[in-house]
Design a protein around this ligand. Structure first.
Ligand code: ADP
Length: 376
């Protein structure tokens, strides 16, 4: 049972690089929190500071209310699972899992019980006397998780544990780790660069960029209410479409994409909120699932249509990603639509945007000025 509290935690490496700019984060007891962000954003550094593997330049980290800044990693009551699971090749699965307990001088009988219990949880019983080299990648990763479980730590830390596994196994291990979290009732902090892992596993997501926390929220909240343009673009696949443009008009208000792209009349309810941004540069964000073919769902009240040529398509089976651009040379946009034999590259399509689901960001500050569905 443990919570983990970071207060204004900063990390400056010896070469002067500021890897983490003062993080405030409270991970609750039994919570599963995912730190996510692009490579180099400081998530591993943060995790390693919690583990005690990296000094903290400023701020405090507390586990269960006790500040651990000066506490050695082995005395923090945490267990860490890494990407490269680093099993000892000459030891059996059993010995790999028991090794840390032996070092900690846990009595043999108790250690044996813990190893067998962990093996049962992870489905490793029949492999206990096997060497790592005969195991699959997923089984090895399970042994690495087992090594952490047997320690019965207060907090589990995971650093990109699934990166070395193939796509199918990753999906399976994602579910296994989530299940493990529920059955152990343990506090877990999990680092990944993969937004899908963050969305599917985290109870809360901490999204970082350049050493700065951008947003801390539940997966759905972060998806539905991104606070800025970065968050909007990072969470969700395919990514949210971003149209750069300006609000023009007096009585009515129209969003005009730069470079003679699309233009959308802003419906009444949203007008009031957007009026202060008249003539200012704005980014309009629309999720791919909020762009439809003509046969729109009945609940879309104010669809705005435009006609574009399909540039490329990715049929996924149940749905198809249609790629198009509205301004020559600008990044592609994508619509997620029901599959049809009728699509082909180069052919024009009439698309509809559910404008009430659009997000608007200040192009300069990149902060959200209007979040989807909040226009009234
Ligand atoms: P992430 O885990 O998000 O990919 P890291 O926490 O590993 O990011 O790194 C954050 C930044 O700190 C990066 O710019 C990285 O190059 C730098 N960095 C990481 N470790 C060290 C180190 N030991 N010395 C100097 N810079 C480092």
């Amino acid at each position: 049972m443990a919570n983990v509290a970071l207060h204004k935690v900063r990390k400056v490496y010896d070469d002067g690089l500021v890897a983490v700019h003062g993080i405030d984060l409270e991970v609750k007891d039994k919570e599963f929190v995912v730190l996510v962000g692009p490579s180099g954003c400081g998530k591993s550094t943060t995790l390693r500071m919690i583990a005690g593997l990296e000094d903290i330049t400023d701020g405090t980290i507390a586990i269960d209310g006790k500040i651990v800044n000066g506490v050695a990693p082995k005395d923090r009551d945490i267990a860490m699972v890494f990407q490269n699971y680093a099993l000892y090749p000459h030891m059996t699965v059993y010995e790999n899992m028991a090794f840390g307990l032996k070092l900690r001088k846990i009595p043999k009988k108790e250690a044996d019980g813990r190893v067998r219990e962990a093996a049962a949880i992870l489905g490793l019983e029949e492999y206990l006397d096997k060497k790592p080299k005969v195991l699959s990648g997923g089984q090895r990763q399970r042994v690495a998780v087992g090594r952490a479980i047997v320690r019965k730590p207060k907090v589990f830390l995971f650093d990109e544990p699934l990166s070395n596994l193939d796509a199918k196994l990753r999906v399976q291990m994602r579910m296994e780790i989530s299940k493990l979290h529920r059955s152990l009732g343990a506090t877990m902090i999990y680092v990944t660069h993969d937004q899908t892992e963050a969305m599917t596993m985290g109870e809360r997501i901490v999204l970082m960029k350049d050493g700065v926390v951008q947003q801390i929220d539940s997966p759905l909240k972060i998806y539905d209410r991104p606070v800025n343009k970065f968050t909007a673009g990072f969470i969700g696949t395919p990514a949210m479409n971003l149209f750069e443009g300006k609000l023009v008009g007096r009585k009515s208000l129209t969003f005009k994409e730069n470079g003679n792209g699309v233009s959308f009349v802003i419906p009444g309810r949203m007008r009031k909120r957007l009026r202060p941004y008249l003539d200012k540069n704005l980014t309009m964000g629309v999720r791919p699932e909020h762009i439809f073919l003509k046969s729109r769902p009945a609940d879309v009240k104010r669809p705005l249509s435009f006609r574009v040529a399909v540039e490329a398509l990715e049929p996924m089976g149940n749905e198809t990603y249609l790629y198009f651009s509205t301004v020559k040379g600008s990044p592609h946009h994508v619509a997620r639509v029901r599959s049809s034999e009728g699509f082909s590259a180069g052919k024009p399509v009439n698309l509809l945007v559910d404008i009430e689901k659009a997000h608007f960001f200040d192009s300069v500050t990149e902060m959200a000025v209007l979040q989807a569905g909040t226009g009234n």
